[in-house]
Design a protein around this ligand. Structure first.
Ligand code: ATP
Ligand code: MG
Length: 395
């Protein structure tokens, strides 16, 4: 059976000049995600409609619940804008809905429609009361709000409202690179960055054989989970072993992590330049560990002028965990496979490093060629949405 969904935009509506660009990007994103579903999308600057087959409804609703730039979406019924047609549609559809109390909400965009809302709300309320047993009107806390929107060319009737994720459509901001470890924070940072419309590519620093292939699998799974919010994400795997071993061999113990992170940032900058990205995104959170004190951040950040976005910088760990549970990355993140930062942690990492000390430590070995080699030898995977089987489990 052919059905229709109405999509209302979120924050988009505030973007006056750019509105058309934002809406077109949302449409493009949905088309990419809905490739396997037989449906058609039409839009104007204030809303979008998807016509689809009812057999695809579950999957379609799942996709809409994972797309940024949507304020709400509603399964709708439509009919011509006449009193008779609306009454017939209401009588036919109200039977199938389950509720005890209701309220009628009339929007009369077509001001030439002969009756106004003050007349229409009680009138259609009466129609419901006549056609459905044991229901009553409750204007304050109804089980269901019955929306009737009278437009010029058609009338929309809908009973339900699904909340969308809000935010901006992915790709309304340019490509940026997410430092994705296997931890809790960085997938959340990636999610929040995408919510602002940033198109992300993920970067994982790997130190085989000190870290395991299971750790890599974990990062791939996390990338897949994030990819549900867009159509695919590229994952760059950087071989970091040689650099890390050189650091370990040459740098004084308490500066190992600081220098390691400066090397990561340098590689991130090289990737941003090479791949024409704009920013670096990571899961650093102020004060969480020694390398994330404000002083540490300043010293680590000093190696690059590329903007570094830290979406979870000012969140508590518990707030970050809440989001990671909501976006279903938490269970993967807490799997116990070590990544390169956890393998090489010194007993007493410096809390207030200085740039002078860093430069002194970095003079002890030549790293430029190693950084270039690491970038040259990276592996790139194109990671798509979770597979159909996993998708079924997620529902
Ligand atoms: P997470 O922050 O993901 O929970 P974590 O708390 O162990 O992991 P840190 O080691 O403190 O993270 O590193 C801070 C940030 O640096 C991470 O959030 C991530 O963005 C980045 N990062 C750390 N290790 C790696 C890695 N191996 N590959 C890519 N990015 C990394
Ligand atoms: Mg962290």
């Amino acid at each position: 059976m052919e059905k229709k969904i109405l999509i209302k935009y979120g924050e988009l509506t505030t973007k006056k000049g750019n509105r058309s660009f934002f809406v077109k990007t949302l449409k493009k994103n949905l088309e990419a995600k809905l490739q396997d579903i037989n449906c058609s999308i039409t839009m104007d600057l204030s809303r979008m409609y998807i016509t689809y087959d009812s057999k695809d409804e579950e999957r379609l609703l799942f996709i809409l619940s994972h797309t940024f730039g949507i304020y709400s979406y509603h399964i709708i019924y439509t009919c011509p804008s006449t009193m008779d047609a609306i009454q017939t549609l209401l009588t036919e559809t109200v039977e199938k809905e389950e509720f005890k109390t209701f309220k009628i909400d009339i929007k009369r965009s077509d001001k030439t429609f002969p009756k106004d809302s003050r007349y229409l709300a009680p009138y259609f309320g009466g129609v419901v009361l006549k056609n459905k047993k044991d229901v009553s009107v409750d204007v304050h806390h109804p089980d269901v709000i019955i929306h009737i929107e009278i437009l010029k060319d058609q009338t929309l009737l809908y009973y339900n409202a699904y909340s969308g994720l809000g935010g901006y459509p992915v790709s309304t901001q340019p490509k940026s690179f997410l430092m994705l470890s296997g931890g809790i924070d960085s997938p959340v940072a990636g999610y929040l960055a995408m919510k602002r419309g940033i198109k992300i590519e993920a970067v994982y620093f790997e130190a085989l054989p000190h870290t395991s292939l299971e750790a890599r699998e974990k990062v791939i799974t996390l990338t897949k989970k994030l990819a549900q919010y867009t159509s695919f994400i590229k994952l760059h795997i950087i071989p970091f072993t040689k650099i890390q071993e050189e650091i370990y061999k040459n740098v004084k113990d308490d500066y190992v992590i600081t220098i390691m992170r400066r090397m990561m940032y340098r590689i991130m900058e090289m990737l941003v330049e090479e791949e024409k990205g704009v920013a670096i995104i990571n899961g650093e959170s102020v004060g969480q560990v020694a390398s994330q004190t404000l002083n540490s951040m300043r010293v680590i950040n000093a190696v690059t002028n590329v903007p570094v976005i830290r979406p979870v910088a000012c969140l508590d760990k518990l707030e970050i965990i809440d989001i990671s549970k909501k976006i279903d990355t938490y269970d993967t993140s807490i799997l116990p496979f070590e990544d390169c930062c956890t393998v090489f942690v010194p007993k007493h990492p410096v809390i207030n490093p200085t740039i002078e000390e860093c430069l002194k430590e970095e003079e002890k070995f030549s790293f430029s060629a190693l950084l270039e080699e690491a970038v040259k030898e990276k592996k790139v995977l194109k990671i798509k949405d979770v597979e159909e089987k996993q998708f079924q489990e997620l529902l």
